[in-house]
Unconditional design. Structure first.
Length: 89
């Protein structure tokens, strides 16, 4: 299974960035037909990632690294997804 963040606005509607993400998801589905590609709500993950990075004591310059924020956000999305399916069982 491949989990991809699903960017939505506060009202639940898809954000403008879905224009780039939708083709990426379709490409994944074609490239890995044996894998389920799941989109999962990613609201607030950047904020949570910034907080986690700050709480971890990462220095100010490193906190500005968008790649680090994206990596931590992806971890939060995956962890949230796994928690959501765990509680559905």
């Amino acid at each position: 299974m491949i989990v991809v963040g699903h960017p939505t606005n506060m009202n639940g509607q898809e954000s403008a960035s879905m224009q780039q993400i939708r083709p990426f998801v379709e490409k994944l589905r074609k490239q890995y037909p044996d894998k389920e590609v799941v989109m999962f709500d990613e609201r607030f993950t950047s904020v949570l990632a910034q907080k986690a990075i700050l709480d971890a004591g990462i220095k100010k310059m490193a906190r500005r690294n968008k790649a680090l924020v994206d990596e931590v956000s992806a971890t939060i999305i995956l962890e949230s997804f796994m928690n959501s399916i765990q509680y559905k069982k």
